[in-house]
Design a protein around this ligand. Structure first.
Ligand code: 26V
Length: 834
C-alpha cells in the first residue's frame, strides 16, 4: 500500500486548529475523535475493524495533519520577512523513524499515548510498524538528520535537499555467520510523512551536446540532444521542538518526462514501447538505490548521475522560488546559503555558475562572486579512498556544459595560484581541480565556496596542517572547525525516557531547551541516591534488552554483566578486529584460569559491511564464529558473551545505546573524523574507552581523564609512522605471545571456520603490515580494558563517572553545533514563528 497524504483532507484544517496557538484545544478527547474519523476517512471502516497497520498509517497521517498549518505558516513567515534560507545538500539523510520524534516535538506525546491506551491500542506496537528511513550509510547521513531536527528546533530557516531513494541502505541478515544483503524496501507499506509535489517538478538534463553562438556580443550556450529527466519533489515536514517551526526536507525522485516536447528530445516516439521501457527504467534507476559505499562503486556513472540530479533539481527549484520573490539575482548570496555535505554535492558550485551565466546572463565574475558567497562545504574524512575523483571522459559525456564550466573554474584558479606562486607547478598540481584525467570534487568544493569546515577540533587541525595545508595557506580564512553534535531530543528524551525523567526530577527541564544546562547534574555525581537511581534505570533498560536478545538470538545474557558496545559501520580503521582480539585474549585467559576474578561482560557488535568490502565481511563472519564458540563454552561459566546485533540501524541504535555501560570508540587515531556515536553513548551514561581520535579528544577534555579510559597511539604518532615508517607488525606477532596465540588460534581453527577462511584478516594484520596499527595498540587496549574491569567493580565510582559523562554531554547537542554554523558560516538568524 503506497499512501501519500496531501493537503486535501477535509478535516485537516480543523485538526490543525486544535494543536496550534495559545488556546491549544488539543486534548485526549479531541485526539480520540480525530483519530477515529481519520480511520473512517482513509479506510472507510470503523476503528475496531481496522488493522494495526491501518491504525499506524492513520496515526501518522493525523500527526502530519497537525503540523501542516505551521508548515505553511513557517514558509509564509520566511517569505514575508525575507529571511536568509539555508539549504543543506546531502546525498544521505539517515532519518530513522519519525512517529515518536514528531509527537515529542509537537508536545503531544503523552496525551496521544494515553488516549491510545484508552482506546486499547498499544502505541509501542504501532511505532514498530514504521519502517526506518535508512537513506544513509552511517555518521554522515545521521548527522544530516540531527541537523534538520536542530535547525527546526532552534528556528533556523534551514531545509534538507536530497534524493528519495526507492531502496535505502540494504537490510542485513546474518546467515550462518555471514552478512547477506536484502533490498531495503522501506516504501513498501506507506510513507505517511511525505507529500508528492508534482507541480513543483524540475527537468534535469544529461548527455547531449552544447552549441555556442554569439548573440548581442555575448557567447550563448544551448544544450541540445539531451536526455531529460523529470525530478519530482517529495516534501517531509521537519517539526521543531514546541516552537511552531516546521521546515522542509525535500527529496527528489527521478521519473520519465511526460510532455511531447521533452520526450521528443530523447529521439523516439511514444509508440516505440520497447525502447521507451528501457528509457523509463534507465531514468528511474537514478533514484533507485542508495550506494552502500561512499567510494569503490560499481556503476560509477550512475553515482555521478545521482549527484548531478540532486544538485541540479535542488538549485533550479531554489532559484525558481527566489526569482518569484522579485529580489535581484545579484543579492542571491544575501538570501540563500547552500551547504555541501561532503564532496558528493560539490557540483553545486558548477551548476550554480551554469544557471547564473547561461540562464541569467551574468558576467563570469559576478556569477563567481555570488556562487562563492553562497556555497560552504564540510569535509567528513581524510581517508583518501573516500575523497571522490571522477574520470573526465565520463564527466564530459554525461555533463558537457557543467564539465566545461569546471574547466574554466580550474583554468582561472590555476592562474590565481601562479600569480601568487610564480612557476610553482607543484602547488598548481596539488590544488587544481582537474588533474591526471580526473575531476577532484573536494578541490571544487574548496575553491567554489567561502567556508570549509572539519567536524572535530583534531580533524580540522589535520585538514589545515596536513591534508589540505596548501589550501589553508592559500585561503587562510576559509578553514574552520564545527564539532559535530547529536540531537538530544532523539538520543536522550526519546530513546531513554526513564533517564530523562530522573534528570528532570533532579535539575528541572531547562536543559531540554538549553542542553548545556545538563552540567547542573554534576551536583549529583557524588549523590549516592541519584547514582543508585541512574544505575537502576540502566539495569532496567538492560533487562528489557536482554529479553529481546534471548528471544531473537536464543542467547541468554546477564543484565548484571557489563554491556560493552561497539556499533558503527564496519571498517578496518574502526578496528572491530582489535575489540575481538581482546575478547579472544580474555577467553584464552579464562580457559586457563576459569576462576579469574572478572566482572561478567557482554560484548555487543552491530555493523553493516559495504557489500564489496571483503575484509569487512570477513570480520563479521569472524565475530560470529568466535561468538558461537564462546557463547556455547560452559567451562567459562558465562563470564563472557558476544552478541552480533543483526541489521544495525537508527531504530536499533535507539534501543541499545541506553543499555550501554561501555562505549567502544577505538579507531586508529587520526582516522575517525569525529564520530557521533561516542556522543550518543555518553549522553546515556556510558563510559567511553577511547583512542584520542575525532571528538573523543573533546569528550576527554570535557569530562576529564578520570571519567574516560583512553589508550593507544596519538594521531601525531600514527601520522609520523605513516610518513617515516618504523613499524613492523610481524615483530609484534612474533614477540607478543598473546597476539601470536590469538592469531594462530583463529587461523588454526580454534573457533571453527574453513581453511583459509580468515586469510584477508591475517594478511592485513601481518603480511600488509597492519595499516591501522591494531597490533601496536593491542597491549595498551588490553590494559585499558583491564582498567575498565576494575573501575566497574566499584559501583559508586563507576556511577560517578557515568553521571559526569551525562552532565557534560550537553555541549554535544547539535543545537549548539547548528548555532555555530548559523552564526559563523551561514550568517543567518533564528526566527520566531508566532
Ligand atoms: C567511507 C568509506 C566507504 C568505503 C571504504 C572507505 C571509506 C572511508 C571513509 C568513508 C567515510 C565517508 C564520509 C563519512 O561518512 N564520514 C563520517 O562522517 C561523520 C559525520 O561527520 C563522522 O562523525 C565520522 O567520523 C566520519 O567517518
Amino acid at each position: 500500500m503506497i499512501c501519500t497524504i496531501g493537503y486535501k483532507h477535509t478535516k485537516a484544517k480543523e485538526m490543525q486548529m486544535k494543536v496550534r496557538g495559545e488556546s491549544m484545544k488539543f486534548n485526549k478527547e479531541s485526539f480520540k475523535s480525530d483519530f477515529k474519523k481519520k480511520i473512517e476517512n482513509m479506510f472507510g471502516m470503523e476503528l475496531n475493524d481496522s488493522s494495526k497497520l491501518q491504525k499506524y498509517v492513520a496515526l501518522g497521517s493525523l500527526i502530519k495533519d497537525y503540523s501542516t498549518e505551521n508548515w505553511i505558516k513557517t514558509n509564509k513567515t520566511y517569505k514575508a520577512n525575507g529571511n536568509k534560507q539555508v539549504y543543506y545538500f546531502s546525498m544521505e539523510f539517515l532519518i530513522g523513524r519519525l512517529l515518536k520524534s514528531n509527537l515529542i516535538n509537537l508536545g503531544i506525546e503523552e496525551q496521544c499515548a494515553d488516549a491510545l491506551k484508552e482506546l486499547n491500542i498499544d502505541f509501542n506496537e504501532l511505532e514498530e510498524l514504521e519502517a526506518d528511513a535508512g537513506l544513509g550509510n552511517g555518521g554522515l547521513g545521521r548527522l544530516a538528520a540531527c541537523f534538520l531536527d536542530s535547525m527546526a528546533s532552534i528556528g533556523v530557516p534551514g531545509h534538507g535537499c536530497g534524493i528519495r531513494y526507492r531502496y535505502g541502505l540494504f537490510e542485513q541478515k546474518i546467515v550462518d555467520g555471514y552478512q547477506v544483503e536484502i533490498p531495503d524496501n522501506w516504501l513498501k507499506e506507506a510513507n505517511v510523512w511525505e507529500t508528492r509535489k508534482d507541480n513543483k517538478s524540475i527537468i534535469v538534463k544529461f548527455n547531449g551536446n552544447i552549441v555556442s553562438e554569439m548573440k548581442n556580443g555575448r557567447l550563448n550556450f544551448t544544450h541540445e540532444n539531451y536526455t531529460a529527466v523529470k525530478a519530482v519533489p517529495y516534501d517531509t515536514p521537519v517539526i521543531g521542538y514546541k516552537n511552531n517551526t516546521v521546515n522542509n526536507l525535500r527529496l527528489w525522485s527521478a521519473e520519465m518526462v511526460e510532455t511531447e516536447e521533452e520526450f521528443d528530445f530523447c529521439g523516439f516516439s511514444k509508440g516505440d514501447y520497447g525502447r521507451a521501457q528501457n528509457y523509463k527504467s534507465s531514468i528511474e534507476s537514478i533514484s533507485q538505490i542508495l550506494y552502500p559505499d561512499d567510494s569503490h562503486t560499481e556503476g560509477k556513472i550512475l553515482r555521478l548521475k545521482q549527484q548531478y540530479f540532486l544538485v541540479s533539481a535542488g538549485l533550479q527549484s531554489i532559484l525558481r522560488s527566489y526569482k518569484a520573490s522579485e529580489k535581484s539575482i545579484h543579492d542571491l548570496d544575501k538570501y540563500v546559503s547552500i551547504h555541501i555535505n561532503d564532496t558528493h554535492p560539490s557540483m553545486a558550485v558548477a551548476e550554480l555558475m551554469r544557471i547564473l551565466v547561461d540562464e541569467d546572463e551574468l558576467t563570469w565574475e559576478e556569477a563567481w562572486r555570488i556562487t562563492t558567497n553562497t556555497m560552504s562545504y564540510t569535509n567528513h574524512t581524510i581517508l583518501s579512498e573516500a575523497l571522490e575523483k571522477w574520470d573526465i571522459n565520463i564527466f564530459k559525456e554525461l555533463l558537457p556544459r557543467v564539465y566545461s564550466i569546471i574547466k574554466e573554474i580550474d583554468r582561472r584558479f590555476k592562474d590565481e595560484i601562479l600569480q601568487k606562486h610564480p612557476n610553482n607547478w607543484e602547488k598548481v598540481n596539488s590544488m587544481c581541480i582537474i588533474h591526471d584525467g580526473k575531476v577532484r570534487m573536494a578541490n571544487l568544493a574548496i575553491v567554489g565556496g567561502h567556508s570549509v569546515n572539519g567536524v572535530a577540533k583534531l580533524h580540522t587541525e589535520i585538514l589545515k596542517n596536513r591534508e589540505l595545508a596548501d589550501f589553508n595557506r592559500f585561503y587562510p580564512n576559509k578553514f574552520n572547525n564545527k564539532t559535530n553534535g547529536i540531537t538530544h531530543r532523539r538520543w536522550l528524551i526519546q530513546s531513554n525516557p526513564k533517564l530523562t525523567e530522573a534528570i528532570n526530577e533532579a535539575i528541572g527541564k531547562g536543559w531540554v531547551k538549553e542542553p548545556k544546562q545538563l552540567v547542573s547534574l554534576l551536583k549529583y555525581a557524588k549523590n549516592e541516591d541519584f547514582k543508585e537511581k541512574v544505575y537502576n534505570i540502566k539495569k532496567e533498560n538492560k533487562e528489557v534488552f536482554s529479553n529481546h536478545v534471548a528471544e531473537k538470538y536464543g542467547v541468554k545474557i546477564d543484565p548484571n554483566s557489563i554491556f560493552d558496545v561497539q556499533v558503527k559501520r564496519l571498517h578496518a580503521y574502526k578496528r572491530q578486529a582489535m575489540n575481538l582480539m581482546n575478547i579472544v585474549h580474555l577467553y584464552n585467559t579464562l580457559k586457563e584460569n576459569p576462576n579469574m576474578d572478572i566482572v561478567p561482560r557482554t560484548f555487543f557488535f552491530g555493523a553493516k559491511a559495504s557489500p564489496s568490502y571483503y575484509l569487512a565481511k570477513e570480520t563479521i563472519k569472524l565475530i560470529n564464529t568466535v561468538a558461537y564458540k564462546i557463547n556455547n563454552d560452559k567451562s567459562i561459566n558465562d563470564k563472557i558473551k558476544i552478541v552480533f546485533l543483526e541489521n544495525y540501524r537508527v531504530s536499533l541504535a535507539e534501543r541499545i545505546i541506553p543499555c550501554a555501560d561501555l562505549s567502544e570508540q577505538i579507531s586508529t587515531a587520526s582516522k575517525e573524523a569525529s564520530g557521533t556515536g561516542n556522543m550518543k553513548f555518553m549522553m546515556n551514561g556510558a563510559v567511553t574507552i577511547a583512542t584520542l581520535d575525532g571528538a573523543n579528544v573533546e569528550i576527554r577534555d570535557a569530562v576529564g581523564d578520570d571519567n574516560i579510559v583512553t589508550f593507544g597511539m596519538t594521531a601525531e604518532e600514527v601520522m609520523n609512522h605513516e610518513k617515516y615508517g618504523g613499524y613492523c607488525s610481524r615483530d609484534y606477532y612474533n614477540d607478543d605471545m598473546r597476539i601470536k596465540r590469538i592469531i594462530d588460534g583463529i587461523m588454526g581453527g580454534q573457533f571453527g571456520g574453513y581453511n583459509n577462511e580468515f586469510n584477508n584478516i591475517y594478511n592485513s594484520l601481518i603480511n600488509y603490515n597492519d595499516e591501522y596499527f591494531v597490533l601496536k595498540d593491542f597491549d595498551s587496549y588490553v590494559k585499558a580494558q583491564d582498567k575498565v574491569n576494575n573501575l566497574y567493580k566499584n559501583r559508586s565510582k563507576w556511577m560517578e563517572m557515568s553521571i559526569t559523562n551525562i552532565a557534560h554531554s550537553g555541549i554535544f547537542s547539535s543545537d549548539n553545533t547548528i548555532k555555530e554554523y548559523a552564526n559563523e558560516i551561514w550568517n543567518t538568524k533564528p526566527i520566531n514563528i508566532k
